[in-house]
Design a protein around this ligand. Structure first.
Ligand SMILES: Cc1ncc(COP(=O)(O)O)c(C=O)c1O
Length: 351
């Protein structure tokens, strides 16, 4: 499937997890929407013309793909926007607790530190298994698939426990759609944030905010503008964020069609098997992964290792510092094969 993607053939690309990669037919559909927009911007973008219907069609397709009611789903640019909207809408009180997983994405850790510093709430970080709400816990925030280890967490069970305790849940699903089958209504989070531009291979700038019916009115859109109003539906409240290009949202339905026409369940299984069988000479951080797995890096100079992998071997693979030390994260997508993983293993063995 390598030729179906637009990636530079001179690079061994093992970093789908950072920004995804968009297949040629999906990218062409995306560009077709952009061209149509430019032909008659008002006809395409005005709220009384085509935009609401175009977005509705894409949202219904996405809802069916992620197991959600379309009424509980809104397009947003990315998971960061969805989590920001939720976290910054909650009126936390001094002394309340936000309980967060201990392998959360750096940008979201910064957000929660900001929100807690502003409100006087206390931020506690624990391994996923220890996210048990206490008497002061108001919110639990955790990842469905952890960014550095690739571990898949049983967020449905956590959301059930939290709901019984009256605690609000926000699940970071940045890496989940496309990598695992989703049924968002069954997971039962108050808020679930997802990306389409990572593992669903949609164009960059496509994500979603899913909210339980009871949580919807608690979440203000990041930008309040024309669509704000008492009678507005949830997806409408988050729809008009000022002038922007909605083409990435519209192309989500083309990405879903691409995955379906390429039997993505088999692609995913092949990728998982490739990753599970790779002879990476580093200690894995988890055994519960799908297409992305982190490994412990014990190197003297991890940034230098990363630089050499790219400059000397043309291998694009992330090495980053986590709360648990340095990690190297390998992503395997449809365009990768055994040779890519062999090249990484060989380059690491000689470094
Ligand atoms: C776990 C996790 N959450 C959130 C994000 C942010 O995603 P985005 O930049 O698409 O908002 C990332 C990005 O890699 C991530 O790994």
């Amino acid at each position: 499937m390598r030729d179906d993607f637009l990636l530079d053939p001179g690079v061994i690309y093992l970093n789908h997890g950072s920004f995804g990669a968009c297949p040629r037919p999906v990218f062409e559909a995306y560009q077709a929407y952009q061209r149509e927009l430019e032909r008659q911007p008002v006809e395409f973008l005005a709220l009384e013309r085509r935009l609401p219907e175009l977005l509705d069609e894409a949202r219904v397709a996405l809802a069916s793909y992620v197991g959600a009611s379309p009424d509980n789903l809104a397009f947003v640019t990315n998971a960061s926007s969805a989590i920001n909207a939720a976290a910054r809408s909650l009126r936390l009180e001094p002394g309340e607790e936000v309980l967060m997983g201990d392998d959360e994405y750096g940008g979201m850790r910064i957000l929660w530190n900001y929100v807690c510093a502003r409100s006087g709430a206390h931020l506690a970080e624990r391994p996923f298994e220890e996210l048990d709400p206490g008497p002061r816990t108001r919110v639990i925030f955790c990842s469905h698939i952890e960014w550095s280890s690739g571990r898949v967490n049983d967020v449905a069970a956590l959301c059930r426990r939290a709901r019984e305790a009256g605690v609000f849940t926000i699940v970071d699903g940045a890496h989940a759609p496309g990598q695992i089958e989703l049924h968002l209504e069954a997971i039962g989070a108050d808020v679930y944030a997802g990306n389409c531009h990572k593992w669903m291979c949609a164009p960059k700038g496509s994500g979603f905010l899913h909210a339980h019916r009871d949580a919807q009115r608690l979440i203000d859109p990041l930008i309040v503008s024309w669509d704000w109003g008492d009678g507005a539906a949830f997806h409408e409240l988050h729809r008009w964020q000022g002038t922007r290009d909605p083409s990435a949202f519209l192309a989500v339905q083309d990405a879903i069609a691409f995955l379906a026409s390429n039997d993505w369940a088999s692609v995913r299984t092949r990728c998982h098997e490739l990753l599970a069988g790779a002879a990476i000479p580093l200690e894995p951080l988890t055994d519960e992964f799908v297409q992305m797995r982190g490994f412990r890096v014990e190197h003297d100079d991890p940034p230098e290792l990363k630089r050499r992998l790219y400059d000397e071997h043309r291998i694009e693979v992330p090495i980053f510092e986590t709360q648990h030390g340095w990690a190297l994260r390998v992503s395997v997508q449809a365009y990768n094969d055994e040779d890519d993983l062999r090249a990484l293993a060989a380059a690491l063995s000689e470094s």
